[in-house]
Design a protein around this ligand. Structure first.
Ligand code: SF4
Length: 65
């Protein structure tokens, strides 16, 4: 699974990192900087939870590597 973040609509709510602290990294202003990262299998469910709570729907998860 890979993380795709649309930085043009990410608004820095940091909700993704609250639900997915092992998956999503933020910059100092709370914007998601995890675009292009691979999610280890053990954290895929966490990644889905973090993606689901994003108010801007800025996170897309791709299956596979
Ligand atoms: S919850 Fe969505 S809008 Fe907020 S920081 Fe995460 S990706 Fe960006």
């Amino acid at each position: 699974m890979k993380i795709l973040v649309d930085r043009s609509i990410c608004s820095g709510h940091a909700m993704c990192a609250l639900k997915g602290p092992n998956v999503y990294k933020l910059d100092e202003d709370g914007f998601n900087i995890s675009d292009g990262q691979t999610v280890p299998p053990a954290f895929e469910e966490e990644a889905r939870r973090g993606s689901a709570v994003c108010p801007e729907q800025a996170i897309r998860l791709t299956e596979g590597d």
